[in-house]
Design a binder for this molecule. Structure first.
Ligand code: ADP
Ligand code: MG
Length: 625
């Protein structure tokens, strides 16, 4: 028998290897853009035709290549970025495996033009199927232009695997966004079939995010910035109200490299818990920088998956940093400046973090605990320092003397006027402190104006009340059922069959929340008792409304039964806009809100109040004079 093992010819070996690196036009986009970044270009232009199937071209003004390097760069394992294995652990460039251009040349027709600044002339090369077809000396600008034409022209099977033009184009735009986001100091453009889709001037990260992801994020981004000896994190997260029903604008970069990490994604999402519905996704564009020795980027050919030396520290750090940022900024929604473009340019809006704010971050226990090397773990357990409010809970759960039936905020006649809680601590949330001597004012029978240490806040009476009721309900149902008031004249309820089935399902949960409902024959129920603070006589209406609300939530949210019920009840029992409030009621509402664990948002994540800071108001008036 003859021997049967043969070495594969280079072009076939390259084609096989290319399968790992170049799966679709977007993979070439990524590699070519990254090469241009590594070449220190300040302007990078991407052109595609037919969603990259017929052309992907990247033109950069980077350092270019010598004639020999231009030939060399298409060899497999040809790289200028590492020389020995130790270099792998100090990688500062995007590429290092020396495979991208070899792979591209194996599966497409490639044209290269490149010139270094110090050279008079440049090099022109044509390669396909890993073979050089033409090489010339040409005149061209400094930098490099690489065109990849007719991807997979020589591997029809793989060409057939490509998706529709629309799908491939989405992948391309996604890769483009990832690279363009990480380098806001580089100009990028993207032109598709002759039409320019993106033209991104150099600027700040915030400007880049808005250019790429949309102007609606303006004034809805919260700056994240924490520095420690071990790692730094910076970037932006969306305020809770930016959360969308579809996963999308979520970007995580480690040492400027886009990565996928379900684990770290979870860290970010967990920082939002309770502020947004469970199945919605806030924007984030976060950059983690750490010593390259602490990460292994070499675990995947496209380098989208990486390994951390200590993943738990990174998790705890990311989670704490986002929580902290949200507590500091988003939590106190400021004016929606989208209304007036001239206001968007104010410093207060375009500079998300003031020095004063920075100083307060630096003084925080979170910051300090992280600046000691490797201390991240202890934050995770305690969440110490993340609750910026001072008043112990308690006044609103359990039977306090300040609630009358229904609204849950009405006061006993004897209750004194100032909304001081009897506690020596001021009512505050984050850096906002209510001025307790200042009287509250109701506007439009909907809003409550409350003076604060740095301006005023406008509280939405219904939304604030929803939050107060919600925390009380959740508190009640979690450790002990709410107190039930037995009805003197139990009301009977006749329902449609589907509603009856629904109510039947909810009876147990309702009991925890203070509603004693019993089945009474076919599709009928008797309401035997209601929570102690509910108006007697309205039981029927309340249960009917509750079912309606519940159905409404069932459609849009995948929440637990109790969560849905609690939210339905709060929405239903809250004081509605248009209801005039007495000063006791306003006081109770404001103090009740500021004693909540999460006063800034409704259970569904909408803001309960908006802060108007003195600086903003000053700016507004300065515009006019
Ligand atoms: P890697 O980026 O992993 O080094 P590539 O195959 O992507 O491997 O590129 C091989 C080499 O070609 C690079 O190391 C670099 O020296 C050179 N090169 C590629 N693209 C460019 C460019 N746009 N400008 C200058 N040099 C480039
Ligand atoms: Mg490369």
């Amino acid at each position: 028998m003859p021997d049967i093992i043969q070495l594969l010819p280079d072009n076939i070996a390259n084609q096989i290897a290319a399968g790992e690196v170049i799966q679709r036009p977007a993979s070439a986009v990524k590699e070519l853009l990254e090469n241009a970044v590594d070449a220190e270009a300040t302007e990078i232009r991407l052109f595609v035709n037919d969603a990259g199937k017929s052309l992907v071209q990247v033109i950069d003004n980077g350092k270019g290549m010598s004639e020999t390097d231009a030939r060399m760069c298409f060899e497999r394992h040809a790289t200028s970025k590492i020389k020995k294995i130790e270099d792998l652990f100090h990688i500062r460039t995007m590429g290092f495996r020396g495979e991208a251009l070899a792979s591209i040349a194996a599966v497409a027709q490639v044209e290269l033009k490149s010139k270094r600044a110090e050279d008079e002339t440049g090099t022109y090369l044509e390669i396909d199927n890993s073979v050089v077809r033409k090489q010339e000396i040409i005149a061209c600008p400094t930098g490099t232009s690489i065109s990849m034409k007719n991807l997979f022209f020589n591997v029809p099977a793989r060409r057939n695997f490509l998706k529709s033009a629309a799908a491939e184009m989405r992948h391309i735009v996604e890769e483009f966004i990832r690279v363009a986001l990480s380098f806001p100091n580089i100009f990028f453009s993207l032109t598709s079939n002759g039409q320019q889709l993106f033209h991104l001037e150099r600027g700040s990260l915030k400007q880049r995010i808005i250019q790429l992801l949309g102007n609606h994020y303006n004034a809805r981004l919260v700056s994240v910035q924490e520095n420690t000896d071990y790692l730094n994190i910076y970037g932006f997260v969306g305020k809770p109200e930016t959360a969308k029903k579809t996963r999308g604008d979520q970007y995580l970069f480690v040492n400027n490299r886009f990565i996928r990490s379900a684990y770290l994604n979870h860290a970010v999402m967990s920082a939002y818990q309770e502020m947004i519905p469970a199945d919605s996704f806030p924007l984030y564009a976060l950059f983690i920088d750490l010593d390259p020795e602490q990460v292994d980027v070499n675990v995947h050919p496209t380098k989208q998956e990486i390994k951390f030396e200590d993943e738990k520290i990174v998790y705890a750090f990311v989670q704490a940093a986002i929580k902290h940022a949200l507590a500091q900024f988003s939590i106190t929604p400021t004016l929606d400046f989208d209304l007036d473009p001239s206001i968007q340019n104010l410093d207060a809006v375009s500079k998300p973090v003031s020095d004063e704010q920075k100083a307060s971050i630096a003084a925080s226990s979170l910051y300090q605990s992280f600046t000691q090397k490797n201390q991240a773990h202890f934050i995770e357990s305690g969440n110490a320092g993340l609750k910026p409010w001072n008043i112990p809970k308690g006044r609103l759960d359990g039977n306090t003397d300040q609630r009358l039936p229904g609204a849950g905020i009405t006061a006993n006649k004897e209750e004194s006027l100032p909304f001081h809680t009897g506690n020596s601590q001021p009512l505050s949330f984050g850096n906002i402190q209510l001025i307790e001597e200042a009287p509250l004012t109701q506007a439009a029978n909907t809003y409550i104006i409350a003076a604060t240490n740095r301006g005023f806040i406008l509280i939405h009476q219904q939304l604030a009340h929803e939050r107060i009721l919600y925390e009380r309900l959740i508190g009640a149902s979690a450790d002990k059922p709410a107190a039930i008031q037995k009805s003197l004249f139990p009301v009977t309820l006749q329902l449609s069959a589907p509603d009856a089935a629904l109510l039947q399902e909810l009876i147990g949960e309702l009991l925890l929340l203070g509603y004693l409902v019993e089945p009474f024959g076919k599709d009928s129920f008797v309401i035997q008792g209601t929570p102690a603070d509910i108006d007697q006589g309205k039981e029927k209406e309340i249960i009917e409304n509750l079912l309606e609300q519940f159905k409404h939530f069932s459609n849009e949210l995948k929440l637990s039964k109790r969560e849905k019920l609690a939210r339905s009840l709060c929405r239903q029992q809250s004081v509605k806009p248009g209801t005039p409030l007495t000063s006791e009621e306003m006081n109770n509402l404001a103090s009740g809100l500021f004693q909540c664990a999460q006063p800034n948002t409704t259970p569904a994540g909408n803001p309960t109040f908006i802060e108007f800071k003195k600086e903003y108001l000053d700016q507004l008036f300065r515009k006019l004079t």
